[in-house]
Design a protein around this ligand. Structure first.
Ligand code: FES
Ligand SMILES: [Fe+2]
Length: 427
């Protein structure tokens, strides 16, 4: 349970808020690279951390992320003409480069003098891992480019998607580190989903509904270990790293790829759920890729032409009561991602955390909130914050069987901090 003030601090990410300032210290995913496929392609509306922006790729291939609204009379530049190294407002022809600088002002006689004074807000962008990232913080504090393993493996080893979620980012993030719901909500998917089936660990997940959590801090954030009873007096551990402020990694199952998420605030009521699968050692197979593209695993099917899930709030997530009753699906919602999102959205856009009744299996969530608040305070005081340095982002999830007297921080270290190009540690 949190106080109302803590809940406000954790969930508000606009400019000048405690958490908003923390988020603005990191590179965060803004767009899929495929959304700006070529020079001079149509611009895209982007809203992040409550700020309305427009993204474009100019004639030279440079990426721009600037204020959505024209400096003149506030027309949305989404309507703009992306031409000759700039985005031109279709109302009176003012034109902006990728830095937001007005480079042409054809509607005025004293054009040059005015033009120089006209500059829109702009944020640097970079492309990595199939994602266009942006940094929305102070220029003198810009960190090194993101170094998550999924973002740096060769492209054929990775699949990235994103989906729109109608809830605050923290509800979504908390689902990503809540290993205990898997044995219930996702029990059907463990039996059927092509990206999960067949792993020995699934049996342990099904058999032991009461995982014991052990949470360990590391330089990037937290390592959240959930252990269940395994065969021969051993424990089955699933270890989920959370890397500040909003990145999580899902422990793999058998030979399947590793999963990951980024939970990025659009505003305080909505977020982008980024979903990543990658294998550190091999190319994803055609079967895996086609399953991911068709919405299996942690991905979804979309309303055509959008990143809005096909099963969404407006259609009650296509909940199938017959499947719920027969046990084919525990909740009746199809697919892991929408099983999660449907319940997280059902809490309301910002859940009232003063009314929760937390138990031992929520300890990963409790720790994460604590570290997030601490990091945000540290940031305000000019102290170091977790997850900024590339080496702090180079962590993997793993699933492993260990003898009962071995702590996961000792026994699973080789799986969590592995060399590049090595197989995941997975059961
Ligand atoms: S509103 Fe954009 S040029 Fe006038
Ligand atoms: Fe889930």
């Amino acid at each position: 349970m949190l106080t109302e003030e803590q809940n406000e601090q954790l969930t508000r990410t606009g400019a000048g808020t405690l958490m908003g300032e923390l988020f603005r210290r990191y590179w965060i995913p803004a767009l899929l690279a495929e959304e700006l496929p070529r020079s001079d392609c149509p611009p895209v509306r982007v809203q992040l951390l409550g700020e309305r922006l427009v993204a474009f790729r100019d004639s030279e291939g440079r990426l721009g992320l600037i204020d959505e609204f024209c400096a003149h009379r506030r027309v949305s530049l989404w309507f703009g003409r992306n031409e000759e190294c700039g985005l031109r407002c279709p109302y009176h022809g003012w034109k902006y480069d990728v830095h937001g600088q007005c480079v042409d002002l054809p509607s005025e006689a004293a054009r040059d003098e005015i033009r120089q004074r006209v500059k829109l807000k702009s944020y640097p962008c970079l492309e990595r891992g199939g994602v266009i990232w942006t940094y929305m913080g102070p220029a003198d504090k810009q960190p090194a480019p993101p170094a998550f393993e999924w973002a740096t493996v060769p492209p054929e080893r990775r699949f990235v998607s994103k989906r729109f979620q109608e809830s605050n980012y923290l509800q979504a993030l908390e689902g990503g580190i809540d290993s205990s719901h898997v044995s219930f909500l996702h029990s059907g998917a463990l039996k059927r989903d092509p990206l999960f089936v067949g792993a020995k660990g699934n049996v342990y997940n099904e058999r032991d509904l009461m995982p014991v959590f052990e949470v360990q801090e590391f330089e990037g954030g937290l390592l959240i270990g959930a252990r269940r009873n395994a065969d021969e007096g051993r424990y089955y551990w699933r270890i989920t790293p959370w890397i500040a402020p909003c990145f999580t990694l899902i422990p793999p199952r058998g030979g399947h790829p590793i999963g990951g998420h980024a939970w990025v605030p659009i505003d305080d009521q909505r977020c982008w759920a980024w979903s990543i699968n990658y294998h550190p050692r091999r190319a994803l197979t055609e079967e895996e890729l086609s399953a991911m593209r068709s919405g299996a695993g942690i991905h979804v099917k979309y309303v055509p032409g959008t990143y809005v899930p096909l099963a969404n709030k407006s259609n009650d997530y296509l909940l199938d009561r017959a499947a719920q009753a027969s046990g084919a699906s525990y909740s009746g919602v199809e697919g892991v991602a929408m099983q999660d999102a449907s319940l997280q959205e059902s809490m309301g856009p910002i859940v009232d955390r003063t009314k929760e009744f937390l138990v031992a299996t929520d300890s990963g969530i409790v720790h994460t909130r604590r570290v997030l608040l601490r990091a945000a305070q540290a940031n305000r005081e000019g102290k170091p914050i977790p997850g900024l340095a590339p080496e702090e982002q180079r962590v993997r999830s793993c699933s492993i069987e260990l003898a009962r007297d071995v702590r996961f921080k000792d026994g699973a270290r080789h799986g969590l901090f592995a060399d590049a190009d090595t197989d995941p540690v997975s059961v």
